[in-house]
Design a binder for this molecule. Structure first.
Ligand SMILES: *Cc1c(COP(=O)(O)O)cnc(C)c1O
Length: 235
């Protein structure tokens, strides 16, 4: 039975059971990986309704990810539970102001976007938490900073005093062999070391989705972004 056909309480129970399973798998992967990190689950609710946010909240997940600003804002208006909203998708510079509604922006991928984000944060007199998105695999279809530009971007970010650079986000190629996934996740971890070397706090690594989160956790992920495995296939 598709999860969307379940009644509300059965939907909550299904999400909760799936989450228990995910948490066990994360614990096992954390032990195997040996990086000693704490892992947060971000429930990716894109294409699902507000009931997905509520089910995640009731199951104990307080971080929710959306990849489109407009869809996120609609859902924000429909739920009152105080989840932390993560913007995990690409953000256009002309929509930078919307970043203020999120607790973490995962997709800071160009110096020009950083400039726009710093400007809106300065205007609002806040500090905005951001992740630098890196494109480790070099796939042209993926956004993200190429690895050889991370150091220069990290230095330039010192001038963006209203941004707090909390780490790295990356997306691995879809359906790649495990060795490729590991290379991508390790590359992201090395990029985080570059941020730290440049003096940014950068405690976080946002990587791993439904199909590859255990490998990501083994390689040091602190935030996994999970949609399908919690809520079923997107329609
Ligand atoms: C949709 C999405 C996810 C979740 O993907 P699943 O495979 O459904 O877990 C994670 N990260 C980003 C950036 C996404 O757009």
């Amino acid at each position: 039975m598709p999860i969307s056909d379940l009644t509300a309480s059965a939907f909550d129970a299904a999400v909760s059971a799936r989450l228990s399973d995910v948490r066990e798998r994360i614990a096992a992967a954390t032990a195997t990986g040996g990086h000693g990190q704490t892992v947060s689950v971000i429930a990716v609710t894109k294409t699902h309704g507000p009931e997905a946010v509520l089910a995640a909240w009731r199951a104990g997940v307080h971080d929710v990810g959306e990849n489109r600003v407009q869809e996120a804002e609609e859902k924000m208006a429909e739920v009152s539970v105080p989840v932390r909203w993560h913007l995990i998708g690409h953000l256009q510079r002309n929509k930078a102001k919307a970043a203020l509604r999120f607790s973490l922006v995962h997709g800071m991928d160009t110096p020009r976007l950083a400039e726009a984000l710093d400007h809106v944060a300065a205007t609002a007199d806040v500090t905005l938490d951001v992740l630098m998105q890196v494109n480790v695999s070099g796939e042209s279809s993926k956004s993200g900073v190429p690895l050889d530009q991370v150091a220069a971007f990290a230095d330039a970010l010192h001038g963006r005093s209203h941004l707090r650079v909390m780490g790295i986000m990356t997306m691995a190629p879809f359906d790649a062999p495990e060795s490729t996934l590991r290379d991508v996740f390790r590359g992201a971890r090395l990029a985080r070391e570059q941020l730290q070397g440049a003096g940014h706090p950068a405690p976080w690594l946002s990587m791993g989705m439904s199909g590859d989160f255990e490998i990501a956790v083994e390689e040091g992920a602190t935030h996994v972004r999970l949609g399908t495995i919690l809520f079923g296939e997107r329609s």
